[in-house]
Design a protein around this ligand. Structure first.
Ligand code: SDX
Length: 393
């Protein structure tokens, strides 16, 4: 159409990934993991049960879940040499950078993971190791940022409680996990567990398609998630809401800023590449935010600002025409903050939640023996020309 010499940009397969894991309908606001609605799973399931469903395709029986949980618990401890890696990061390091590096280091401790033809037992072992060590690394990345000594996993606790204790326990004080906080975190991790071919999952698939190890593929996904347009948005939402609060709650001013073509500012937590109606996860999280704040007896002024901002934006033609609605990140930061999670750990929480999806999609591409990813392009550069000697340039 534009007279450009378009190359064949067809792909080896249909040009998009085929997957049986997660279904999204962006117009109807539908999200299903292996056919089960996100509403049902968030209300009735647990994070490890949903993790099993995403990775192995079926909800586990009681025995399967008990064995899966026990297998994960066996691998929560990390090699002491990981502390040398941690010590290499200044406390100014963003926890996502520390997490990505610690995760990739697993290829050093488990070099068998580099074998592209690993047995299914070997792949299962790398899956439970990934799930087991993510909370430990996540908590350690936080301890590195605050200059506190790291904690070791307490395997008498459940997945989320174990993480919270590693994150918050201090040698000088007794620490008890608040079950309200642990349950709220478990629900949040379910809501983040997978989301079809988003930026970070596509990254995991393309790295995994070169037969890189599961650990380096996940490490690449962590880095992709870090960006403020993707998983980093939950941190930016709170920064934005705080700025509006500092600005006397002048919401109209910030909405106009987001609409201003000459201003690069975007309403963080709004808009989505796929959801052009509403993000079902945002609806669930918004209600959970209410519940958690009420249960913890917290009155967070930014929640009021968030709800007011949503109300005003959804009436504004600019947002209506562009089908911009709150996404998963818009309310999640408010809950994380209520749970005492510091803002630069919000995206780490997203990574902890998204890990089962990354694993499931990496495993699927391997089982489908998919070819190496190799997107093509439309060349729009200069056409062929003769070389010019430097004396004539
Ligand atoms: C996640 O893909 C996934 O599934 C991701 C995710 C997951 O679970 O993995 O759901 C998680 O990443 C959620 C998104 C978190 N990011 C943010 O909240 C950052 C703010 N949102 C945007 O930057 C944006 O909406 C994106 C990146 C989310 C989606 O971008 P699109 O679909 O590519 O939209 P676009 O950039 O093409 O914008 C279309 C129009 C533009 O205006 P015009 O040029 O048509 O005039 O909408 C405008 C944009 O300027 N626009 C916004 C806006 N988002 C889009 N204007 C103001 N504020 C915004 N947030």
């Amino acid at each position: 159409k534009t007279g450009l010499t378009t190359l064949d940009i067809g792909y080896k397969n249909t040009g998009s990934t085929k997957s049986a894991i997660t279904f999204l309908d962006g117009d109807k606001g539908i999200l299903r993991y292996r056919g089960y609605s996100i509403e049902d799973l968030a209300a009735k399931s647990t994070f490890l049960e949903v993790t099993y469903l995403l990775i192995f395709g079926e909800l586990p029986t009681k025995e399967q879940l008990t064995k899966f949980t026990s297998d994960i618990t066996k691998h929560t401890l990390v090699h002491e040499d990981n502390k040398k890696i941690l010590d290499g990061f200044p406390s100014t390091s963003h926890p996502m950078g520390v997490l990505a590096s610690l995760f990739c280091s697993l290829t050093a401790f488990y070099p068998e993971s580099l074998d592209p033809n690993r047995s299914s037992e070997g792949v299962y072992l790398s899956i439970v190791r990934s799930l087991a060590k993510m909370p430990t690394f996540a908590a350690w990345s936080y301890k590195n940022a605050v200059g506190h000594p790291v904690n070791y996993p307490d395997n008498s606790l459940d997945y989320c409680s174990r993480f919270l204790k590693m994150m918050y326990a201090l040698p000088a004080e007794h620490y008890e996990v608040d079950p309200v906080v642990a349950n709220a975190l478990d629900k949040l991790l379910i809501l983040h567990a997978d989301h079809e071919q988003n930026c970070s999952t596509s990254t995991v698939r393309i790295v995994g398609s070169s037969k890189a190890s599961i650990y380096s593929s996940i490490s690449a996904g962590i880095n992709a998630l870090w960006g403020p347009l993707h998983g980093g948005a939950n941190q930016e939402v709170i920064v934005m809401l705080e700025a509006i609060k500092q600005d006397g709650g002048n919401i109209e001013k910030w909405i106009n800023k987001a609409k201003d073509k000459n201003d690069s500012f975007r309403l963080m937590g709004f808009g989505h590449r796929v959801y052009k109606n509403f993000d079902p996860r945002a609806k669930i999280i918004k209600k959970a935010a209410d519940d958690v704040l009420a249960k913890l007896g917290i009155n967070d002024p930014v929640l009021e600002i968030a709800m007011k901002l949503e109300e005003i934006a959804l009436r504004d033609p600019y947002f209506i025409e562009r089908k911009l609605y709150p996404n998963v990140d818009f309310y999640s930061g408010i809950i994380y903050r209520a749970l005492g999670i510091p803002v630069d750990m919000f995206t780490v929480m997203f990574a902890m939640g998204r890990l089962p999806g990354w694993i499931a999609q990496w495993k699927e591409l391997r089982e489908n023996k998919e070819p190496i990813g190799r997107p093509r392009q439309v060349y729009v550069g200069t056409q062929s020309r003769a070389y010019v000697d430097i004396t004539k340039r």
